[in-house]
Ligand binder design. Structure first.
Ligand code: CA
Length: 234
């Protein structure tokens, strides 16, 4: 038994947080291995081949960001970063270095499990949903038909511009995952210049308005302040 369990490497120097994560993941049928330093994490990564890494950024020997850089030279294994509430720049930096998502401390079991499930799932799908013929995405009463390039809510078509549609489709292909401003801009426009973030924000404001979402409301697309946007998932 245990062979088909996902193996998760937790790199965290605070014992109480590490054991909180271990206990909750083991209850939920994950296999867990723990490391308290970056060096130990790198060693365990190469010897145990985990399916996913939960990484604290504030480690005693080296910055967790260095772990991401090191791993991303050769491995696409999903990494979820644990970060302090106030460090928006750190989160953006970690995501742009190749982390798949982040969790803000302090966090609860449900959030931890939801992030892990989402990251493992999107890693399996390889984000090719939009390129499959007949592909559809559904989130509550919203449906995206990728062939028709059409978004409907309660069966009514939402009149989006090409750019607005591209943004919605891109976010949906990574549903559950936060995408940084820079990564969305790169995917939609292919380049970024001064004012790109503003351009993205204006498009997003129009998208939300057309979808009937009021400012500040967490529906369909969540604005992760200072970091980027996240399409919710069912
Ligand atoms: Ca720490």
């Amino acid at each position: 038994m245990g062979n088909n369990k996902y193996k998760i490497l937790v790199i965290e120097d605070e014992d109480n947080i590490a054991s909180f994560i271990r206990t909750n993941l083991e209850i939920n049928n994950y296999q867990v291995i723990c490391a308290g330093t970056c060096e130990m994490g790198l060693r365990m990564f190469s010897s145990h081949h985990p399916d996913l890494v939960v990484l604290d950024l504030g480690l005693p020997d080296r910055d967790g960001l260095e772990f991401i850089q090191e791993i991303r030279k050769s491995e696409a294994i999903p990494i979820i970063v644990l970060s302090a509430r106030t460090s928006e720049n750190e989160k953006v930096f970690a995501l742009d270095l190749g982390a798949n998502d982040y969790i803000t401390k302090p966090f609860g079991t449900e959030e931890l499990l939801a992030r892990i499930r989402a990251v493992l799932r999107s890693n399996r799908h390889c984000s090719e949903l939009g390129s499959i013929p007949g592909g559809r995405f559904q989130l509550k009463d919203m449906v995206i038909d990728y062939d028709k390039r059409q978004v409907t809510i309660k069966g009514n078509e939402i009149d989006l511009t090409q750019t607005e549609y591209n943004i919605v489709a891109y976010l949906s292909e990574h549903a559950g995952k936060v995408l940084t401003y820079a990564s969305i801009i790169q995917a939609i426009w292919g380049y970024s210049d001064y004012g790109s973030t503003k351009k993205l924000q204006v498009n997003m404001k129009n998208i939300r308005k057309k979808m009937g979402v009021t400012p500040g409301e967490r529906r369909y697309i969540i604005n992760e302040l200072g970091v980027g946007y996240r399409m919710m998932e069912e």
